[in-house]
Design a binder for this molecule. Structure first.
Ligand code: GLN
Ligand code: ZN
Length: 766
């Protein structure tokens, strides 16, 4: 009976690691305290997997911050600015690389494939001196062994490590990262030898980059690396784990041809074509670790269906060579359903978090071995059936309306330049109009009011009164600053963290559920708690109209309505797996469309629909980009295709590297787009320098809101001048990079004051 788990969340069921880390960083607890919490978490995870009957239990999937950074430490690839002097890497150096310290900034962080997990990007140049500088993998293997658990140590494979790295400063254009392969392989050999000496019989290399678009030289690197490792690996069973997408036929061929490898881990959830590859050609005598339990979402597995997939594969690879596994590490799902006190039993029966997925994997393995737990399978079948037929899931009217959108093209009737003219007549804005992105600082007072309202300590009337007062303050401030297009500041949204711009809407839409402890690691100690979209989405009643019209009634200047767009709501939620993503997105788009039209009716002439996460949803493989962008952009247009020419639609995005998707952004057909820009000025403006025509309004951020630094008027004017060199004067807007919720009023007031002064100064010169 063979079952395997690719990896497990480290945070703990109640985010124990987060709190231990933060208290250590704040110097409120010792390194020993932190070590103890970490060791307890590891042992409870091993115990749980072993108790559930899992045969191949991973070790070294725990991390204090990030598994890629752990690998950087293992290889001693510390960038010189951290002044590391050799020896075993300790907390100081490790956390300095992760978070920066008083004198040097952190290493760069970027998204782990298409998940919301962020890893620390290795910086490698020709001069790095690799050395075996972190024995973590071996230590954790030994630690488990001492507790009585025989584990499979997990390492990030050498080729994926290099492919996920970036060339160090100064050699960006010239350096081939793969040329470092011969230098890191010796360190891997040391680690492997120690693991063997410590009694390991299996080893797992995660090589997820095998699912990306790779050229033949990159594929060749895998062949070379494992050929080089072959003799050191002899005597071990070697598993190469891939995940997050299908393998191309070329990548599959490379994988099954690797020397010294005995087992292949494949994602059979995302990899919809992979089963066919296996059926066509699978090397005799090798193991298939079949990832049938989805590590990327929170749905209970359809056990009957998985079992039949597994039985078909068993016929190909042989009975004793099939191992049931998860599609990828469970790091990307929530930890344990047991701690969900607010979800009702019906919804709970449809769900499985990491702890439940471990049980599912084992149940499938037992069933394959002829020891099917009939009761478990039949309750699973009943839950699957209830999810299929529940009236809470299906809303025929919504499905019909969303269906009608397919294959159609929704656009506003008039083109953007004519619309901008009509809007200008109505809004009468100066050139270089100023605005902000939506949120204003969260004061202590505001947090208190919200907390007391949630705890039923103050009445709804008192809450509404307090929020209105807050809006009034924000409106008055913007008038004093002489900003042209105002915002209400978003005090009513529970904006304590980014995801709440989704939560606020999800809470008011049908088809969404919320967890209390469904946290997923985003980076370091930071976690997000995505809403769960379980059913057809509809909007029972208006969501923001009351607040926006209240705010508009306080000023004669235009007040922006403030909404989160459908693609962002989709990408920051756990979504249904019983219909394609685009169908769910269309449903959300229709709900937002109703809201947009209600705002317009209520006299709101400028409406911002944030699509902060549009780019995040880009599929891993280029061949799938066009399809995604088509329905994502279509969904956005659906939300506002019905408004009058005189209603101005804004959108906002929190990143500036959209050179590759600029045509899709233009195709969104918003009247005005505000975008983060100040951290990567050149990148964004270069698109326009290269001659891309942009006719709509555009506001590249003029200052970085992530920093407490207050930009001077001259500096902002300078930024605007740079933009004017590539963009027409009459389309340029002046605004910060993003919302101001993370800043203090002491910072926001002078910064906005300087921003308006810069715009005014330039107006007189144009
Ligand atoms: N309107 C939101 C705000 O200002 C946008 C946040 C975001 O783009 N992440 O907070
Ligand atoms: Zn933003």
């Amino acid at each position: 009976m063979a079952s395997h788990i690719v990896g497990y969340p480290r945070m703990g069921p109640k985010r124990e690691l987060k709190f231990a880390l933060e208290s250590f960083w704040d110097k409120k607890s010792s390194a020993e305290d932190l070590k103890k919490v970490a060791a307890d978490l590891r042992s409870s995870i091993w115990k749980q997997m072993s108790g559930a009957g899992i045969k191949y239990i991973p070790s070294n999937t725990f991390s204090y911050y990030d598994q890629v950074l752990d690998t950087t430490s293992m290889l001693g690839a510390v960038p010189p600015r951290y002044n590391w002097t050799g020896g075993e890497i300790g907390y100081d150096t490790y956390f300095s690389m992760a978070r920066g310290n008083a004198s040097v900034p952190a290493m760069e962080m970027t998204k782990w494939f298409d998940t919301n997990y962020h890893f620390i990007v290795p910086e490698l140049g020709p001069d790095v001196k690799f050395s075996y500088a972190s024995h973590k993998a071996v230590d954790e293997f030994k630690e488990a062994k001492a507790l009585g658990f025989d584990t499979v140590p997990v390492l990030i494979g050498p080729v994926s490590y290099l492919l996920l790295s970036k060339p160090a400063k100064g050699v960006e254009k010239t350096f081939s990262l793969l040329s470092l392969l011969p230098k890191i392989i010796p360190i891997y050999k040391e680690v492997i030898s120690e693991l063997k000496a410590a009694g390991a019989s299996w080893i797992q290399f995660d090589e997820p980059t095998l699912v990306l678009d790779l050229d033949s030289q990159q594929l060749q690197a895998f062949t070379a690396a494992y050929a080089d490792l072959e003799s050191t690996l002899s005597g071990l069973n070697v598993l190469i784990e891939t995940y997050f997408a299908d393998l191309t036929p070329e990548a599959y061929k490379t994988l099954i041809g690797l020397k010294g490898v005995t087992a292949y881990g494949l994602d059979l959830v995302r990899g919809t074509q992979t089963t066919d590859l296996v059926k066509k050609d699978f090397p005799k005598g090798k193991y298939l670790f079949a990832g049938v339990v989805d590590g990327r979402n929170i749905w209970a597995n359809d056990l009957a269906s998985s079992l039949s997939t597994l039985q078909a594969l068993e016929a190909v690879v042989g009975k004793d060579k099939l191992v049931v596994s998860t599609s990828c590490s469970l790091l990307h799902t929530a930890v344990d359903l047991v701690n969900e006190t607010k979800l009702d039993d019906e919804i709970k029966s449809w769900l499985a978090f990491a702890a439940q997925k471990v049980v599912e994997v084992n149940a499938l393995a037992k069933a394959l071995a002829g020891q099917k737990d009939e009761a478990f399978f039949s309750s699973n079948a009943a839950a699957q059936a209830s999810r299929k037929s529940s009236p809470r899931v299906t809303n025929a009217a919504v499905q019909k309306a969303a269906d009608a959108l397919k294959g159609s093209d929704h656009r506003r009737a008039t083109n953007v330049s004519a619309r901008l003219d009509a809007q200008q007549k109505k809004l009468n804005l100066p050139i270089l109009p100023t605005t902000t992105i939506g949120s204003f600082p969260q004061t202590v007072e505001l947090r208190r009011v919200r907390r007391e309202f949630q705890a039923n300590k103050i009445s709804e009337d008192d809450y509404v009164k307090a929020i209105k007062e807050e809006i009034k303050k924000v409106v008055n401030l913007q008038e004093e600053l002489d900003i042209d297009v105002l915002v209400h500041g978003e005090p009513e949204a529970s904006i304590l963290q980014r995801n709440d711009m989704v939560e606020y809407f999800g809470e008011q839409l049908s088809g969404f559920a919320f967890t209390v402890n469904g946290w997923v690691q985003s980076y370091g100690s930071r976690c997000v708690k995505p809403p769960i979209i379980y059913g057809d989405v509809s909007r029972p009643k208006a969501m923001t109209v009351f607040w926006s019209s209240t705010a508009q009634s306080m000023t004669k200047r235009p007040m922006k309505g403030m909404l989160t767009g459908p693609v962002t709501i989709l990408n920051w939620s756990f979504v249904r797996n019983d219909q394609p993503r685009f169908e769910t997105c269309y449903q959300i788009a229709l709900a937002i469309k109703d809201e947009v039209e209600d705002l317009e009716k209520a006299g709101i002439n400028v409406i911002q629909i944030d699509e902060a996460a549009l780019r995040e949803g880009l599929p891993l493989r280029k061949s799938e980009h066009a399809f995604y962008l088509k329905w994502a952009v279509h969904s956005f247009r659906i939300t506002n295709c019905g408004v009058k020419d005189t209603t101005q639609i804004h959108t906002h995005m929190c990143y500036s590297n959209f050179n590759d998707i600029i045509h899709s952004i233009i195709d969104m057909d918003a009247d005005v787009i505000t975008i983060e820009n100040s951290r990567s000025d050149e990148k964004l403006l270069s698109v326009f320098r290269e001659g891309v025509k942009y006719g709509a309004g555009i506001g590249p951020g003029v200052y970085d809101i992530h920093s407490p630094r207050i930009p001077s008027t001259e500096e902002i004017a300078d930024r605007i001048n740079k933009m004017l060199a590539v963009l027409e004067t009459n389309i340029l807007w002046v605004n910060p990079d993003c919302g101001l919720k993370t800043r203090k009023y002491e910072e926001v007031k002078p910064a906005l004051n300087n921003m308006v002064a810069a715009a005014k100064q330039l107006r007189t010169k144009l």
